[in-house]
Write a protein that binds this ligand. Structure first.
Ligand code: SAH
Length: 547
């Protein structure tokens, strides 16, 4: 009886030797017989040592599979070659089908091994950037063995479900209509500007990579050797790279362009109001969701931490949101803003609280922050009706993020009112202005400064009809300190101008994320006010939160 044969179905990856797995190389070398499509055999010819090589035309896949089984039945070790992965529109399935027809089973029949390879969706994605970061699918446009109606239905379903889609076999000499029809279907569900990547002959000699969009994709060459990758509704193009973000979290705030969450905020559970279990409803977490909650975010923040670490090692700095660029989006957004009953007034009315509860609805959150500030986060596609209702009942809404915030005291509940107009004017002029880092201006109406004006980036204290100015407090941390007194007895009519100039200078010259105290220390002077090192001369180890 001849020795039991073996079939190894090998995916050799996109085309160049460096992207073939070690097992695939080994398998190709250990076989006595190699069967594959001509073009592929040429690509791997340097690896072939086998005696018998059969290369056939593209359409002869079934006869290739039959030949492989026949040779293996004769006791040979046979390699069947596919490009990419042999199980993705490749030979693996066909080989099993031929074997099944012959009543093969694993226990008694010949040995079969499927060696995985890098499929076109992966190799092409790597050349485009990172377009397949989220749920994706592959659809072959070849209606050779699949009815077009079914292909069309799949295109529609995938488009509807916002999958990233890799189109294999998009077009051949004879099949030219399918890609046109596919574009028409996709355009019913995706924006014309949806990014599209066209990769031809990835990791082969005639490789070409084109970035285009759904509306214009047909203006470029698409052929048998092209894979077409269609982005989802969040995919964007940045510096010639096609990138799909990991999630859909997005936020925007008042008067600001739509913006991505900052890196450290992404992947937080509270940025995911649509999740089945999340912080907004702690009572749920206490029960079955608790275990899930403690594990998941940890993994997520680890992958973010790894990405940050990698970027900072190559660039020597921590990436800032600005480095990541403006990201357009069409998906669900979170509207985020701070709310207060007034600049001087600290009392909410019951009506205002009702309006806030209504605005937050089932899915929004209302957070009371360490800054004596209420922050609303509401998944809302259209913020205008929310802002309208809340301002109507007398609430003041302010943007969140790296902006100017005016924090006035309550002026002894309206008894010491003289400085209130200055607080109002500072709010009107500077409140919400975007800066390299958040900047709080504290204004207190008497020398008691009981709302802690001097602990703000800019502290202003009204005393005896004039203002005292403090600059560069470090408000948090173990090395926290108040601002330096830089001027006393400022005439009221000069105050707003002076503070505006300080903010303008800081805005223009500070590095991204450089808080005012750091800028003051580095620049040594702001608007003629000299920096003095008044921090205690004792070494305090900086110990940021380790979580
Ligand atoms: N088994 C293969 C797919 C075979 S179907 C795999 O897993 O990749 C053939 C289609 O695959 C082609 O029409 C093209 O869309 C895609 N393809 C295969 N190799 C490619 C490459 N190197 N570059 C671009 N597309 C490729």
């Amino acid at each position: 009886m001849p020795e039991k044969g073996k079939i190894i179905v090998v995916g050799f990856g996109p085309g160049d030797v460096k992207h073939i797995t070690e097992r695939a190389i080994e398998a190709i070398k250990e076989c006595d017989f190699i069967i594959g499509y001509k073009t592929y055999m040429e690509l791997i010819q340097d690896l072939i040592t086998a005696q018998s090589v059969i290369s056939t035309g593209m359409t002869e896949e079934v006869s290739r599979a039959q030949e492989a089984v026949k040779q293996a039945e004769l006791g040979k070790k046979v390699a069947v070659i596919s490009s990419g992965d042999s199980g993705v529109y490749g030979m693996a399935g066909l080989v099993y089908e031929v074997l099944m027809e012959k009543g093969w089973n694993e226990a008694e029949g010949l040995e079969v091994e499927v060696v995985p390879g890098i499929s076109a969706i992966n190799s092409c994605a790597s050349l485009l950037g990172a377009p397949v970061m989220h749920d994706s699918c592959t659809i072959s446009l070849s209606d050779h063995l699949t009815p077009w109606d079914l292909i069309a239905k799949r295109l529609e379903a995938a488009a509807m479900a916002d999958f990233v889609i890799a189109l294999y076999n998009p077009r051949s000499g004879r099949r030219t209509r399918q890609i046109i029809e596919a574009q028409r279907i996709l355009l019913q569900y995706r924006a014309p500007e949806t990014p599209v990547g066209l990769v031809k002959s990835a990791y082969r000699e005639r490789q070409s990579v084109v970035l285009t969009n759904l509306a214009e994709m047909l203006e470029h060459e698409i052929g048998m050797l092209t894979t077409v990758i269609i982005g989802n509704s969040s995919t964007f193009i940045y510096d010639n790279k096609m990138i799909t973000p990991r999630g859909y979290q997005r936020k925007y705030t008042l008067n600001a362009e739509k913006q991505p969450l900052e890196l450290h905020q992404r992947l937080h559970k509270n940025a995911e109001p649509w999740a089945l279990v999340h912080e907004a409803n702690p009572s749920q977490n206490a029960q079955s969701g608790a275990a899930l909650l403690t594990k998941e975010p940890e993994q997520k923040s680890n992958s973010l931490a790894i990405a940050m670490e990698a970027l900072s090692r190559v660039s020597g700095k921590i990436p800032q949101p600005a480095d990541i660029g403006a990201i357009q989006h069409h998906s669900e957004t979170i509207f985020e803003f701070a709310v207060s009953p007034g600049i001087a007034n600290k009392h909410f009315t019951p009506n205002q609280l009702l309006a806030l509860a209504e605005a937050a609805g089932e899915k929004g959150t209302i957070e009371y922050t360490p800054d004596h500030c209420i922050v609303m986060r509401i998944p809302a596609p259209d913020p205008d009706s929310i802002t309208e209702k809340l301002t109507e009942c007398g609430l003041i809404l302010s943007p969140i993020g790296h902006v100017v915030k005016i924090k006035a005291c309550d002026f002894c509940d309206g008894e010491k009112t003289e400085a209130i107009p200055y607080a109002d004017e500072l709010h009107n002029r500077l409140g919400g202005m975007e800066l390299p880092k958040e900047l709080n201006i504290g204004l207190n109406g008497c020398g008691m400064a009981c709302y802690g004006a001097v602990m703000n980036d800019i502290g202003i204290v009204f005393r005896k009809g004039k203002f005292d100015l403090f600059l560069g407090a470090k408000p948090v941390g173990r090395t926290a300190h108040p601002g330096q007194p830089v001027a006393e007895g400022i005439e009221p009519e000069r105050l707003v101008e002076m503070v505006s100039n300080i903010v303008a200078e800081y805005k223009q010259n500070a590095h991204p994320n450089e808080r005012l105290f750091k800028y003051f220390k580095r620049a040594k002077e702001i608007q003629g006010f000299r920096y003095q090192d008044i921090t205690p001369k004792m070494n305090i180890e900086p110990a940021p939160c380790e979580d």
